[in-house]
Design a protein around this ligand. Structure first.
Ligand code: NAD
Length: 336
């Protein structure tokens, strides 16, 4: 089947081509994002394959449907960038990669905690400058800390297990509690305000939904422990960035690690080193010494990319052969 692969990076080509070796689909790669103005590139392609920042709003989907596209294959878990209801109305099936190495993201979140706490980012640069002073590099023991985990699904649970290994106390919050979470010693579900009030570190592992947009905002930041460390490897719009900046300035937020940013689709996954970035909020955020930003790379391990590629090719083959789609996303039922 002909597949238009958008937002294609070199590693996507390498791993998708390898996964496609036996399936023999015709994969055509486009570096650009899929959005209304680029959707015509998919003309005549029954399938498109997209990533986190491709914009599959009703306008893009209508263009795709009119051009003959019948399948959208997401190379990711989250699907907040697809209007699934509009896709269903247009007769387009949507599949995702519902499971791929959750270790990739969980381990990355822990990396961010270690960097921010022990200030690896500053220490690395200091030593390169022959500055061997330790002033300003003091951290704290993770052992004995209280860590709040918002979303205890596949990634959140593994994150919690690793933090448990550090000797942390764990507070969980989830709309659908995971029975495995409370089997760990010192791990309890609490309501969200208790999690905010009592956590030294808070890490976000829930999907972005209309209900939790700006879950972290001026009011919820005010409930947190002064000096809290906040980690977001989930989706940018879970945090009101302007509120976070005020929290950092007042020192209510002691440190912030983000792999996702609410306006990242204008920035991430491209080299803008020769351009003047116009996003003042992002630039201000970058200027703080206690903020570490990475460009949506938590998933980027060999293991994860290989699983993403093989599941994606398998879904495309299943669609082509009229088989049941294991990773299909169905529109929400009315009233839910
Ligand atoms: P999952 O579906 O296994 O777990 C998500 C959990 O969040 C579920 O237990 C669900 O009940 C819970 N949840 C849903 N809404 C909630 C809310 N409002 N408050 C609290 N909990 C809520 O998903 P996962 O595989 O663990 O992935 C979690 C998220 O991580 C994804 O949705 C995605 O946004 C993000 N992610 C980021 C990257 C990256 O590279 N940065 C990669 C993969 C996934």
């Amino acid at each position: 089947m002909k597949v238009a692969v958008f937002s294609a990076e070199a590693y996507d080509r390498q791993f998708l081509n390898a996964a496609n070796a036996n399936a023999d689909h015709e994969l055509v790669y486009f570096e650009t994002l899929l959005e209304p103005k680029t959707a015509s590139l998919a003309h005549g392609f029954p399938a498109v394959c997209v990533f986190v920042n491709d914009n599959l709003d009703p306008e893009t989907l209508k263009i795709l449907a009119d051009q003959g596209t019948k399948l959208v294959a997401l190379r990711c878990t989250g699907f907040n960038n697809v209007d699934v209801t509009a896709a269903a109305q247009l007769g387009i099936k949507v599949v995702r990669v519902s499971v791929y190495s959750p270790y990739s993201v969980a381990e990355f979140a822990i990396g961010m905690i270690l960097v921010l706490n022990r200030k690896f980012h500053k220490a690395y640069n200091r030593v390169r400058d022959d500055n061997f002073s330790l002033n300003g590099l003091m951290g704290f023991d993770l052992h004995g800390c209280t860590v709040g985990v918002i979303g205890t699904g596949k990634i959140g649970l593994i994150f919690a297990e690793i933090m448990h290994g550090f000797g942390c106390h764990l507070l969980g919050y989830d709309l659908y509690p995971n029975p495995h979470f409370e089997t760990m010693a010192n791990a309890h579900y609490v309501d969200l305000s208790d999690l905010f009030t009592n956590s030294d570190i808070i890490s976000l592992h829930c999907p972005l939904t209309p209900e939790n947009h700006y879950l972290i905002n001026t009011e919820t930041i005010a409930q947190m422990k002064p000096g809290v460390m906040l980690i977001n490897t989930s989706r940018g719009k879970l945090i009101d960035t302007k509120a976070a900046i005020e929290g950092i300035k007042s020192r209510q937020i002691g440190s912030l690690g983000i792999d996702v940013y609410e306006e990242e689709d204008n920035l991430f996954f491209r080299d803008l080193s020769d351009t003047i970035i116009q996003d003042d909020t992002f630039q201000l955020l970058q200027s703080f010494p206690n903020v570490v930003i990475t460009a949506h790379q938590a998933f980027l391990t060999r293991n994860a990319i290989s699983q993403i590629a093989s599941t994606t090719i398998e879904s495309i083959t299943d669609f082509q052969q009229g088989n049941a789609l294991k990773n299909e996303i169905h529109p929400p039922e009315k009233g839910k």
